[in-house]
Design a protein around this ligand. Structure first.
Ligand code: CP
Length: 312
């Protein structure tokens, strides 16, 4: 298919065939990571700016490595080391980066809509690396890539997302992606964090963890997003862990081939038993690895270049 988007802002915007095209393009880049020289010339001469106004380990690093692997030049900017601390607006910051001939701006911001705000005002490509509790499209894409690699398909699978759904951009992007590609999505957690309104997105809402995970092919765990909560949503972390955490006892009653996923950062002993995070059915670190190929594909497609087979 012909890719004609300069930006990646949401999964909600994408057609199912566009999602599949990104995943297929990522697959062509997987092999690059196994070479001695992990580099292709696809984006030589292009400049990527990582504009991270919120902390990140996985997303920022993998966008940087992805850009290096595509031979792009890369600059990292954090809020504390930028003139945003002197009162410069996000728009002015971005316009200055564009004036410095950036070709791609990857933005993470605490405000929902920040990436779209820039994409509407800039000529350069804008990639959303997480905007508030709204969307985290490349996380959902790397999650889908991992599911496809491990299960061979997405359509028809039962995927349970367990945890703080309300404040999670990962949950929203995953819900859109998985339902578009034909998975059955169950959302589980405390009722304060999993309001029934999510049923309108085509999901099942379930407040009993054992029931929510019994038929799951994939269990995607989310941490509590304390940084976005403005009120207490449950009595205590201990109570949350005992009622909603994925324990060995609960996991023993799931399908024998159910996968454990988590976007990270994980909170061991809260949403997931520490041993389960490291067990054979956990693909948490494989998700991180796949993030590289997926982000290479997104940068490559949005920045525009030759067909992926030639680039790889
Ligand atoms: N999953 C994720 O977005 O992790 P970081 O916050 O470390 O980027």
């Amino acid at each position: 298919m012909n890719w004609n988007r300069k930006d990646l802002i949401t999964i909600q915007d994408l057609q199912p065939e566009e999602i599949v095209h990104i995943l297929d393009t990522a697959l062509t880049f997987e092999e690059v990571g196994h070479r001695d020289v992990k580099k292709v010339p696809a984006l030589r001469g292009k400049t990527l700016v990582n504009l991270f106004i919120e902390p990140s380990t996985r997303t920022r690093t993998s966008f940087e490595l992805a850009a290096h692997r595509l031979s792009a030049d890369i600059v990292n900017i954090t809020a504390t080391a930028s003139s945003i601390t002197k009162g410069e607006t996000l728009k002015d910051t971005a316009l200055n980066l564009q004036a410095l001939h950036a070709d791609i701006i990857v933005i993470r911001h605490s405000s929902a809509g920040a990436a779209k705000f820039l994409a509407d005002r800039l000529d350069v490509s804008v990639i959303n690396a997480g905007d508030g509790a709204h969307e985290h499209p490349t996380q959902a894409l790397l999650d889908a890539f991992t599911i496809r690699q491990k299960k061979g398909r997405i359509a028809g699978l039962n995927v349970t997302i367990l945890g703080d759904i309300l404040y999670s951009r990962v949950a929203r992007s995953n819900i859109h992606l998985l339902t578009k590609l034909g998975a059955r999505v169950t959302l589980a957690g405390p009722s304060t964090l999993v309001p029934r309104v999510f049923e309108q997105l085509g999901c099942r809402v379930c407040y009993n963890v054992e029931e929510a995970i019994a038929d799951a092919d994939v269990i995607n765990l989310l941490r509590i997003q304390h940084e976005r909560q403005r009120q207490t949503m449950f009595p205590s972390i201990g109570e949350y862990a005992s009622i909603f955490g994925l324990t060995k006892e609960r996991f023993a009653h799931t399908k024998p081939d159910a996968l454990i996923m988590h976007p990270g950062p994980i909170n061991r002993g809260v949403e997931i038993d520490s041993d389960l995070a490291d067990c054979k059915r956990s693909v948490i670190l494989q998700q991180v690895s796949h993030g590289l190929s997926v982000r290479m594909a997104v940068l490559y497609l949005c920045a525009g270049a030759q067909p992926a087979e030639e680039a790889a």
